[in-house]
Design a protein around this ligand. Structure first.
Ligand code: 0RA
Length: 656
């Protein structure tokens, strides 16, 4: 490029300067999955997490109190924060504005600033330059040192220099980006996904104000845009209260623990409820570590050590006729373990497990000291916890025996299948499906309608047991649940009698829950899902659980008909049959309230035929959200549950 052309075309000059940066960003565009995981809806949302993470880093460094996110009508996003603002001075080595370096050089974001907790090595933390590379358009505005700066990019390439565009009495960074439609398969942002994460972030970063505005939608009965704001002064303490909101608490207040050692920050909140489930949620640098890791190990270790010591010292275990195991200390406990680690190492298949070994001791010491203090200061609550631990040990013993009975039946009788199961003829689990059908009558229809080569039917009678409220041994005594275990052929305990699910001998790779499309049906499918969530989680994690989606309407004219799964489809079906004419005579809509209203053929062609059916795969997309739904629907207290069902009535058929 000659000097002359450069003068006439300052933009060209800009491009030429950027060869080095481009190489990095070119790699991001070539293999986006390597940097943001995927190019589906998850990757799309990842762009937001990336920018917001940078703003949160400013909060962690003590400079940012407010983060506002806007979804614009074209699904572009604006993230505004009141942090320090990206530096705009000259970058000595690269001889250009630091702002441009941060926005166009891979991993340049944190170079200036080593004191805060970056999430490098994790799933986030690839840098805001990745977002830039994957956006058709990105504009950054920085307010800093009394001035206002701006730069615009396309696919990561600067389209303007860094321009000073005015004065400002504020500080902060504003990033607007439009994801590249040639990279992402999905371009529509989901309000609930963003909002859920912002709620979580507000608890994890107390004091921070987070606001989400959706310009695509107006609020009900108002001219304002849909909007939600989060702010928590109590942090994790409020988080556990929120998570356990539908359960009956055993403690007056959650125990809140904070500590710091060797630059590792520890924050833990825990509480006990009258239920039997253990719920530990863990985070490293604000990222959910679904598989736990060294921080969770440290927490568990301290909990066992301190409670055991306290129980022994005060002779509180004397009543127990069985030995206390470490699991017993966690029954009915909900806890959040959050650590901030300068250089986290993530392990495991999904990188959802913290590996830094030094963290175990740090967490264990912080939690141990605080728990010891709590027990000594609160003897009444301590007694309540220990009594529950003793009860848990007794119940565990009973559960072991009950499990053994179920196990013996499955294993020893060698495929002694439940009488109610109509099995399929194939013995190849990979192609086999089992339908868990609500009610004997729908079960009968499904049996007639199915393809018996690969589809098995197991009817379940009415309501199945609410596993959220029942003690474990009751679960194994329940007929319907026993039938599910036996039909699936899974084993539920190891040689030592420990509860371990083994799905190697799973007889069907697709387990389909099929219930009526009404409120009762959705309740039943939630009950069944709760059961899978609590007792057969690997089946969900490995993608074996599905929810059948029967149609809601059948719109017919004469001999022709169309099945419809929602109101929009119904409207367009009516349109098709009225063929532009205003009158819709002779068009009949049948509303299916239950599976029972379909005959075998209809059930097959709408809901069971693999070539035409709609099925929803049940995922543990967000264990926290799922747990909340389950506990809200299944928990002890009625008011939040009723409110939840009412608020979600229109989504009732979708459930989780
Ligand atoms: C580099 C260095 C510093 C801050 C940032 C980047 C920064 C990036 C983003 C992205 C969105 N909001 C942001 N806010 C800040 C440190 C600044 C300093 O040392 O003054």
């Amino acid at each position: 490029m000659s000097e002359e052309i450069n003068k006439e075309n300052p933009k060209g000059n800009y491009d030429a300067d950027n060869i080095q940066a481009l190489e990095g960003l070119e790699a991001v565009r070539k293999r986006p999955g390597m940097y943001i995981g995927s190019t589906d809806t998850k990757g799309l949302h990842h762009l937001v997490w990336e920018v917001v993470d940078n703003s949160i880093d400013e909060h962690l460094a003590g400079y940012c109190t407010h983060i506002d996110v806007i979804i614009h009508t074209n699904n572009s996003i604006t993230v505004t924060d009141n942090g320090r603002g990206i530096p705009t001075g000259m970058h000595q080595k690269l001889q250009k504005s630091a702002l441009e370096v941060v926005m166009t050089v891979l991993h340049a974001g944190g170079k200036f600033d080593k004191d805060t907790y970056k999430v490098s090595g994790g799933l986030h933390g690839v840098g805001v330059s990745c977002v830039n590379a994957l956006s058709n358009y990105l504009r950054v505005e920085v307010h800093r040192e009394g001035k206002k700066f701006e730069q615009i990019y396309a696919k990561g390439i600067p389209q303007t220099p860094v321009n000073e565009i005015g004065t400002s009495d504020k500080r902060g960074t504003i990033v607007t980006f439009l994801p590249d439609d040639t990279i992402f398969e999905e371009l529509v942002y989901d309000f609930d996904t963003l909002s859920k994460r912002f709620r979580e972030l507000s608890y994890l970063n107390k004091g921070l104000y987070l606001t989400l505005i959706d310009e695509r939608e107006k609020q009900e009965d108002s001219d304002e845009f849909k909007k939600t704001s989060y702010h928590s002064e109590g942090g994790l303490k409020e988080f556990v209260q929120y998570l356990d909101g539908a359960r009956t608490p055993l403690l007056e207040n959650p125990i809140h623990i904070e500590g710091k050692e060797d630059n590792v920050e520890v924050e833990v909140a825990l509480t006990y409820n009258t239920g039997y489930q253990e719920n530990i949620f863990s985070f490293v640098n604000n990222i959910n570590t679904r598989e736990g890791g060294t921080h969770v190990a440290g927490f568990r270790r301290a909990l066992t050590r301190i409670f055991k010591q306290y129980g022994d010292d005060n002779n509180l275990f004397a009543k127990a006729k069985v030995t206390i195991s470490s699991d017993d200390f966690r029954e009915g406990m909900t806890a959040i373990v959050s650590v901030k680690v300068p250089e986290p190492q993530f392990k495991g298949q999904t990188k959802g497990e913290l590996g830094n070994s030094e963290v175990t001791g740090i967490v264990s010491r912080a939690v141990g000291d605080a728990l010891k203090y709590f027990l000594e200061e609160n003897p009444n609550q301590a007694k309540r916890i220990i009594e529950k631990v003793v009860l848990a040990a007794t119940a565990r013993h009973a559960a072991e025996k009950a499990r053994e009975m179920v196990q013996r039946k499955t294993v020893l009788t060698g495929g002694g299948l439940p009488g109610k199961l109509s099995d399929c003829s194939s013995r190849n689990p990979a192609e086999c499906e089992v339908y868990l059908v609500e009610g004997d009558s729908a079960g009968g229809t499904a049996k007639q309608g199915r393809d018996r080569n690969f589809q098995a039917i197991l009817p379940l009678r009415g309501k199945i047991l609410n596993v959220e409220k029942a003690m474990e041994h009751k679960i194994y005594e329940n007929e319907e649940i026993k039938n599910i275990f036996t039909a699936l052929g899974v084993s539920i305990q190891d040689k030592d009698g420990e509860r371990v699910l083994n799905i190697d001998k799973l007889r069907y790779h697709k387990v389909v829950i099929m219930c009526d499309a009404d409120v009762d049906g959705s309740h039943i499918s939630t009950l069944i899902m709760t059961f899978f969530f609590r007792y057969m989680k690997p089946l969900i994690e490995n993608g074996h659980i599905f929810i059948a989606a029967p149609p809601l309407y059948r719109v017919a004219k004469g001999k022709e008909f169309i099945y419809c799964w929602n109101e929009t489809e119904r409207q367009s079906a009516i349109e098709v049959y009225s063929k532009g004419k205003e009158d819709a005579t002779g068009i009949k809509t049948q509303r299916y309230k239950g599976l029972g209203e379909m005959n075998a053929e209809q059930l097959w062609e709408t809901t069971m035929d693999p070539t035409t059916r709609l099925m929803r795969k049940v995922t543990i997309e967000d264990a926290i959200g799922a747990d909340l739904v389950f506990s809200m629907l299944m928990g002890d207290e009625v008011p939040p549950r009723r409110q939840f069902i009412e608020e979600n009535a229109k989504y009732a058929k979708i459930d989780v």
